[in-house]
Design a protein around this ligand. Structure first.
Ligand SMILES: [Zn+2]
Length: 460
């Protein structure tokens, strides 16, 4: 089945131009003026931008966390992503100590393969590095197509890796062609501050933020960047929240080192004061790293604008307020960390970024799609509109207005952390490999239609 998108304005990371797009067999076949083809379905994109599908490089669907699971599975989560203009996600596959990496990967396929409505890849979390794990890495990269590994510098006594583990992973990643991702916070210092707070009866949600100050993120980011330089390797810092971390990334990049950074919508539009909401509502805004004081938002926008940060991930990890977040009443350490944002990532960046004059249209496409495709081994199949690329396309009305609300969102969670926020710009139709997933704002896709993406080895 052929389709021609007509009358739209095509926007890529490089260009903005009026043209028609012919889609055939799931791929973009031709881009040109006045295209005609027998039997092709015509899609009228008049008044709309035609963007490459969004790529969300940071999701946690159906993820176990402290005896519970994130509320969205691969079906509800990818449907919500598609409504929001995202056509590819990379989800974090969690490994367990003492079990093979392969068994963790198979477990993630069981969660995803029959459910996803858009294409997906996996990152692998590395809990420990031992000889068995090292032996498996080349297979994971070359056979499974997983070319990025995540290390935690926080969560002492559970997920936290020591510097040796991080360093060895960096060395192996360089050897085999993978990108190391870090959660950069100093877990030892946080553990001390948290214990002091609990001992002294400071148990409300706001103390989650106050026991993880921006300096512990800056310190860990700088340390990871320096270890990367020593290993002559490559590093991607997930969910950067603050000036201190941005400065460390900028310093490393200016020194010529291969360090990249991601931030998330919540850090661009919400701040620490939300954790002080009454009636325990502050728990809805518990992420790690935490929301920061408002002035950090300007550092993040500047970093997106000047290229010191390259991607926007949602870090989607939704937990219901009732029944999950409320486990932390009287003890903020028991509040599940994370929030819902897979659906609004794309539109928030457009509305707050492009519409408010902070970034250009081309920068928007780079941040929301192209840069992630390049860093994570999917370009040019994903992340752009070009002949031969997958026809993952968002037809986006830049003037449509809507108000974010849990009563209308498609995520399987009982609140929205951006409740009441007014957005300008909205996806109208979304194609995944040439097939409608969203048509005129209605879901028309099918669970299982999303394909697993074997990603290439790291190369930039
Ligand atoms: Zn995360």
């Amino acid at each position: 089945m052929k389709k021609i998108i007509k009358n739209g304005t095509v926007v890529t990371a490089e260009d903005i131009y009026r043209a028609d797009i012919l889609i055939e067999n799931g791929k973009i076949k031709t881009i040109g003026n006045e295209l005609n083809e027998n039997n092709a379905e015509i899609i009228n994109a008049k008044g709309c931008y035609v963007f490459p599908g969004g790529i969300d490089p940071h999701t946690h669907l159906d993820m176990p966390f402290a005896g519970t699971f994130t509320k969205d599975d691969f079906e509800t989560g990818t449907i919500a992503a598609a409504y929001g203009g995202t056509t590819t996600i990379i989800d974090f596959c969690i490994t367990e100590k003492g079990k093979s990496l392969n068994s963790a990967i198979q477990e993630w396929h069981r969660k995803a393969d029959e459910k996803a409505v858009i294409d997906f890849g996996f990152h692998l979390m590395i809990g420990e590095v031992n000889d068995d794990v090292l032996k498996e890495l080349p297979t994971v990269i070359n056979e499974e197509g997983i070319s990025s590994f995540k290390i935690f510098m926080a969560y002492k006594n559970t997920l936290q890796a020591d510097d040796e583990t991080l360093f060895r992973t960096l060395v192996e990643a360089r050897k085999h062609g993978a990108l190391v991702m870090v959660h950069a916070e100093n877990g030892d210092v946080i553990d001390y501050l948290v214990n002091e707070a609990i001992k002294e009866g400071r148990t409300d949600p706001i103390y989650h933020a106050l026991t993880r100050p921006p300096e512990v993120e800056g310190e860990a980011t700088g340390r990871a960047a320096k270890l990367t330089a020593i290993a002559n390797s490559q590093l991607y810092v997930v969910h950067v929240t603050c000036k201190e971390a941005v400065e460390e990334i900028a310093k490393a990049r200016n020194g010529g080192f291969r360090v990249w950074g991601e931030t998330c919508p919540q850090y661009l539009v919400l701040d620490e004061s939300y954790l002080e909401k009454p009636d325990f509502e502050g728990a809805k805004y518990v992420w790690s790293p935490p929301l920061r004081k408002k002035h950090h938002q300007e550092s993040l926008w500047n970093a997106l604008k000047n290229g010191q940060l390259q991607t926007i991930g949602s870090d989607h990890a939704p937990f219901d307020f009732k029944g999950q977040k409320d486990r932390g009443i009287g003890d903020f350490t028991k509040i599940p960390n994370g929030g819902p944002s897979i659906e609004d990532r794309f539109s928030v960046l457009f509305s707050e970024g492009v519409k408010k004059g902070r970034i250009t249209l081309n920068e928007f496409v780079s941040l929301v799609s192209t840069n992630a495709a390049k860093l994570f081994g999917m370009f040019p199949n994903k992340g752009t509109i070009a002949p031969g690329s997958d026809a993952d396309i968002v037809i986006f009305d830049p003037n449509s207005e809507r108000i974010i609300s849990a009563s209308t969102h498609h995520m399987n969670v009982d609140y929205n952390s951006l409740e009441g926020m007014k957005l300008v710009g909205e996806p109208i139709s979304v194609l995944s490999r040439g097939e409608y997933v969203i048509r005129d704002k209605q879901f028309v896709g099918k669970p299982g239609n999303g394909r697993y993406i074997k990603r290439s080895r790291f190369q930039v």
